[in-house]
Design a protein around this ligand. Structure first.
Ligand code: 5GP
Length: 182
């Protein structure tokens, strides 16, 4: 089923049922890997919010949240690799088991920057969970410990991912088709 806004179309790539099933599996795996530890979920605003909310409810035991916001410099279509910190965490992560939760891993430049600054703060463990992974786009040597779905190199929206701030509320992930693309 295609969702239509302003003549743009979103062709479903991953249904909400598949997302829910995969997030249940990821939650179980994360708790299995850290059986007794309190886990701090560190969400990257804004795209990670729906994924973090669902993932948190699938990890039994003690889980807390914090959020960080970053933006890239330069044109959106071009990855410059320069990242700016717009909102820092509220609390220290020293000695904690931290799981960075991100919507999508693309070039990897954003996470590379984030990991560098987070590592300096001496967490006990620093792991990465992403809902989507565009493997073929990778520039930085970054790999996620928990991946929901590997996807092809297409511009996707929904489940937190936006196009000009829209579509974040879609319950599924789809490929955005702009009118000029036919
Ligand atoms: P990276 O630094 O890995 O290239 O980019 C990560 C960020 O780029 C993501 O958090 C997301 O904001 C944005 N991004 C990358 N690919 C897509 C995509 O297909 N759709 C949307 N909506 N954003 C994307």
């Amino acid at each position: 089923m295609a969702t239509v806004v302003k003549k743009e179309k979103v062709k479903t790539l991953i249904t909400r049922a598949r997302i829910a099933k995969r997030i249940r599996e990821m939650g179980k795996q994360i708790r299995k890997d850290f059986p007794k530890e309190p886990i701090l979920l560190l969400g990257v605003l804004k795209g990670a919010v729906p994924f973090l909310a669902d993932l948190a409810r699938q990890i039994p035991g003690e889980v807390t949240f914090d959020f960080i916001a970053v933006s890239s410099y330069g044109k959106a279509s071009h990855s410059s690799g320069q990242v700016k910190l717009n909102k820092d965490l509220d609390s220290s992560i020293e000695g904690k088991t931290v799981l960075v939760v991100e919507d999508i891993l693309d070039t990897g430049l954003t996470l590379q920057y984030l990991l560098r600054i987070l590592q300096q703060r001496k967490p006990k463990h620093l792991r990465i969970a992403v809902l989507l992974d565009k493997v073929e786009r990778r520039i930085a040597n970054v790999h996620a410990d928990y991946v929901g779905f590997a996807i092809p190199n297409e511009f996707v929206v929904g489940f937190g991912l936006d196009f000009a701030e829209r579509y974040r509320n879609l319950p599924h992930v789809g490929v955005l088709q702009l009118p000029c693309e036919g």
